[in-house]
Design a protein around this ligand. Structure first.
Ligand SMILES: [Zn+2]
Ligand SMILES: [Zn+2]
Length: 281
């Protein structure tokens, strides 16, 4: 079993334990490598993102852990960078200059074009429903379109290694309308987005975080066949916020990747992304 994850949180953002607790848990579980990827700073303070003034301490802590646990695990310092607009996202100079081992491109906050107002499409459904009403006037299709438009723009601008939870909008979106992922317009938007990802040559994660509680992986398992069809390099990440969840649902994700004929996943080895055959795990 090829054990690694490159999407994880700790108490520098909204993770529920210090980074060291996660590192210890991964060593105990037999991981060969682990990437820490706190939520990037935003132009405003939130409860869930790294504060800009803590970025240096964050990088120092990763360096300290890398040295302390050298020989036991390959440790990497990443960041889940929020794309907001052309002025704030993985491609901007601030994030490009940070000494990170890799960058994750991620959209959580979606802007309504007319008003410039922003809403968090992740998180609790009650908040989502309220924000959908306030910011997008209950127009789910409009929000979903804005989400994929922002995501596509992020991919066009580049500057990151892999896309986080590429269809996360379907988590709350499907609670709003259970037929969302069956609708033709939705599938067309997703296909176009994944085609763009393939064209730009970025990697995609299979995010297993919500599977235990919500029965969903991102991308949704039914789109794994598109990953195969478009030949997009994938990795499996747990997006853990608790040390005991670092390996949650990993085996299941591999089983389903194998089922659609995907033969390899990506990992970091000595600082470079390499392809590892699934059969050898
Ligand atoms: Zn995320
Ligand atoms: Zn995350």
């Amino acid at each position: 079993m090829d054990l690694c994850t490159y999407h994880s949180h700790c108490d520098f953002c909204d993770g529920k334990a210090p980074a060291e607790d996660f590192v210890k848990a991964t060593i105990e579980a037999g991981f060969h490598s682990y990437g820490i990827s706190s939520h990037s700073p935003l132009p405003f303070e939130t409860r869930w993102s790294l504060s800009k003034r803590n970025v240096e301490a964050y990088l120092m802590e990763i360096k300290r852990l890398r040295e302390k646990y050298a020989g036991q695990i390959e440790l990497y310092g990443g960041m889940e960078i929020d794309y907001l607009n052309d002025d704030w996202g993985p491609a901007v100079e601030y994030f490009q200059r940070l000494p990170l081992d890799y960058r994750i491109g991620s959209v959580h906050l979606v802007t309504e074009e007319q008003t410039g107002e922003m809403m968090d499409m992740d998180g609790k459904f009650e908040d989502f429903r309220e924000n959908l009403r306030l910011v997008f006037h209950d127009d789910l299709k409009c929000l979903v379109k804005a989400y994929f438009k922002a995501s596509s723009r992020m991919v066009e601008l580049g500057g990151f290694d892999f896309v986080a939870h590429l269809d996360k909008i379907s988590m709350n979106g499907s609670l709003m309308d259970s037929t969302l992922t069956e609708q033709e317009w939705y599938n067309r938007l997703l296909w176009d987005y994944m085609s763009l990802i393939a064209e730009k040559g970025v990697m995609v994660e299979v995010n297993t975080k919500a599977y235990t509680r919500k029965g969903m992986m991102f991308p949704n398992v039914k789109y794994f066949k598109w990953l195969k069809e478009l030949n997009i390099p994938v990795m499996v990440n747990s997006d853990a916020h608790l040390p005991q969840l670092i390996n949650d649902n990993r085996a299941l994700a591999f089983e389903w990747l194998r089922e659609v004929g995907i033969k390899s996943t990506m990992r970091l080895h000595q600082g470079a992304w390499v392809e590892v055959p699934i059969d050898n795990k």
